[in-house]
Design a protein around this ligand. Structure first.
Ligand code: AMP
Ligand code: MG
Length: 334
């Protein structure tokens, strides 16, 4: 059976086709961007973009998979969490296909999809997920029938933090990869030095607002090299994320750390995650890039898992839920 999955929680409109065995036949996407990048992500503009491009992305996904729309046996879409206007485009598109083909429809949670695609693509089975993306920063793990959030950001997502700082420094979008490159050119690492920055872990949660203000002030003061700020920023922010992840591993007694989200593409974050896991005797899993960033394959895969487990509703009964939390979802497929 082939499942067509649609991702549309935020900037990415993606369509993927997967076989229920777990084989990815295609994983296509387009991304909304403004002149300053994601900075001005106005929900209605994003939705307009997705509406404009959806047919071409569907066609590309079918062409790459080498199948026709009539061959699809299941449709899934990201129903939560995300920007409402953007979610609606994905849902409308999914409902159209399900009605035309007279096939079942499943709506899935985007954050959980990151975790399940990680399990499929790596050898992780029961991990703590460090989900570090533009909007989301959460540490998630399975316990008592649900995926629980063990820690999260109290203000902005780590990716948005990186992008805001980069934009302030005139680096353009996306900021994460640009800051990563600059950090590599800092001489501080060799000398064992670091610029002292606010380190903000509160219990199991993290926050980035104060750090962002501090970094912007330091940049504006012209007393620091941008390379050194980028390096010290990465060391500080990633240490915060790894500390909370490590504590979640300790609390849950789990033996695996899985990375997800666009920020997890960062080599230094991956390195710190691997070091922490090695020290604790845990295993660290990093899916390939196309499954770290927002993608439709993960929506397709979670749709397959839920459908096989018996999740079932009439097409008209499905709706978006922009504020659904990871632990609102009953996990019946594990
Ligand atoms: P996502 O929301 O999961 O699609 O991820 C997008 C975010 O990932 C943006 O904020 C990017 O700046 C960030 N990002 C992408 N690549 C890297 C990288 N190599 N290092 C740090 N952040 C990155
Ligand atoms: Mg995401």
């Amino acid at each position: 059976m082939y499942c067509l999955g649609i991702e549309s929680t935020a900037h990415t409109f993606g369509v993927a086709i997967m076989e229920d065995s777990g084989r990815v036949l295609s994983n296509e996407k387009v991304m909304f961007m403004t002149e300053e990048g994601e900075g001005g992500m106005i929900p209605n503009e994003v939705a307009k973009h997705h509406r404009l491009h959806r047919d071409e992305v569907i066609k590309k996904a079918l062409d790459t998979a080498g199948i026709m729309i009539k061959d699809i046996g299941l449709v899934s879409f990201s129903m939560s969490p995300g920007l409402a206007p953007s979610l609606v485009v994905g849902m409308e598109t999914a409902k159209d296909i399900a009605r035309t083909n007279k096939i079942p429809l499943v709506g899935v949670n985007h954050c959980i999809a990151h975790l399940e695609i990680g399990n499929l693509m790596t050898k992780s089975n029961d991990p703590v997920l460090l989900y570090a993306s533009g909007v989301n920063t959460q540490v998630i793990a399975y316990e008592g029938g649900k995926y629980r959030i063990f820690g999260e950001t109290l203000d902005i997502g780590v990716g948005n933090f990186l992008d805001s700082f980069a934009r302030h420094c005139g680096l353009g979008f996306p900021g994460g990869p640009k800051l990563e490159k600059l950090a590599l050119n800092s001489g501080m690492k060799k000398k064992g030095e670091i610029i002292e920055l606010p380190y903000s872990v509160k219990g199991m949660d993290v926050s980035f607002g104060g750090l962002l203000t501090n970094l912007k002030q330091k940049f504006d003061s012209k007393k620091y090299k941008i390379e050194d700020l980028a390096f010290s920023m990465q060391e500080t922010v990633f240490a915060m994320l790894i500390e909370v992840s490590e504590r979640a591993i300790a609390h849950t007694g789990k033996k695996e750390l899985l990375l997800g989200g666009g920020v997890a593409c960062n080599s230094r974050l991956q390195e710190m995650a691997k070091i922490m896991c090695k020290e604790r005797g845990a295993e660290c899993f990093v899916p390939e890039r196309q499954f770290l960033v927002d993608n439709a394959a993960m929506i397709s895969w979670l749709g397959i898992l839920e459908h096989k487990a018996g999740v079932k509703k009439e097409i008209d009964e499905w709706d978006i839920d922009p504020y659904e939390r990871t632990d609102d979802v009953e996990v019946i497929w594990r």
